[in-house]
Design a protein around this ligand. Structure first.
Ligand code: MN
Length: 263
């Protein structure tokens, strides 16, 4: 058994060495200009990233540079822990999430064309069942990644948040799809290219923000502001999500990678 495991890890290492397994960075660059969500009054908002110099090769530290960061937990490419939502308040903080939930099969649901036609596209149970009819049942520990092409807006805050007269218009699951994802399949999480795991219109749904409510309430995870989902196959890639192990954290800026077999 242990030699089989060694062989499998060895095959992965060989694939990384010979290029038959590619590493795709799913993370958006994090800077002072990275867009963050903007809630309407009376709600409080998260700070974006800001940095204060501690020293920069000067009399405060002649040979070194370093900074103090100020950043919201939910800024840039980031993880939502179960305790982010009131329905998950007795669940895991970021530090308590088992690593087995942070590494798993990447299952891409491609709604790029639909989102081009309708930026507020709502993912449905029919969409998810059609995906399974084509690709098989979502496996244990899967990450469902909603590919929409939204990453093309990631450096333009107004286009990325896409707030109009009727509020934010961004794609995400409808209420029934949120319930299905939370309760019908053994997934670890749901990832998106947009600023939050719910659709922009989700604040007006019943329950409000249904994916946050149901998915985090079921102890599962969210992952936002992803990049390069267009470089993943529909199935067959492995995702690795690396949040800070922040004690009491409701979320964390995260690095996310996919290991993708080529050819
Ligand atoms: Mn969040």
């Amino acid at each position: 058994m242990s030699s089989t495991r060694t062989t499998q890890v060895g095959a992965l290492l060989e694939g990384l060495a010979d290029g038959s397994v590619e590493i795709v960075d799913l993370t958006q660059p994090l800077s002072e200009s990275t867009p963050v969500i903007k809630l309407p009054p009376p709600f409080a908002n998260t700070p974006r990233l800001s940095r204060e110099e501690i020293s920069r090769y000067d009399n405060r530290g002649p040979a070194w540079a370093w900074y103090t960061l100020t950043i919201g937990e939910h800024a840039g490419t980031h993880l939502d822990a179960p305790i982010h939502w009131i329905t998950g308040k007795d669940g895991a903080d970021v530090a308590s999430i088992p690593p087995s939930m942070l590494i798993g099969p990447a299952c891409v649901v491609d709604k790029t064309a639909e989102t081009e036609a309708n930026p507020g596209y709502l993912l449905t149970v029919d969409d998810l069942e059609a995906w399974e009819a084509e690709n098989g049942r979502l496996p244990e520990r899967a990450w469902v990644l909603m590919r929409t092409g939204w990453q093309s807006r990631a450096q333009d805050e107004a286009a990325f948040l896409n707030v109009g007269q009727n509020g934010p218009e961004t794609p995400g699951p409808d209420v029934d799809a949120s319930r299905w994802l939370a309760h019908e399949r053994p997934i670890s999480g749901f990832g998106t290219e947009t600023v939050g795991i719910d659709a922009g219109a989700g604040g007006g749904f019943d329950p409000p923000f249904p994916l946050h409510n149901l998915l985090l309430g079921a102890g599962r995870l969210g992952l936002t502001q992803l990049a390069n989902l267009d470089r993943l196959p529909i199935t067959g890639a492995l995702i690795v999500v690396s949040p800070l192990r922040l004690v009491g954290g409701t979320g964390s800026p995260s690095r996310a990678f996919a290991l993708v077999p080529k050819g």
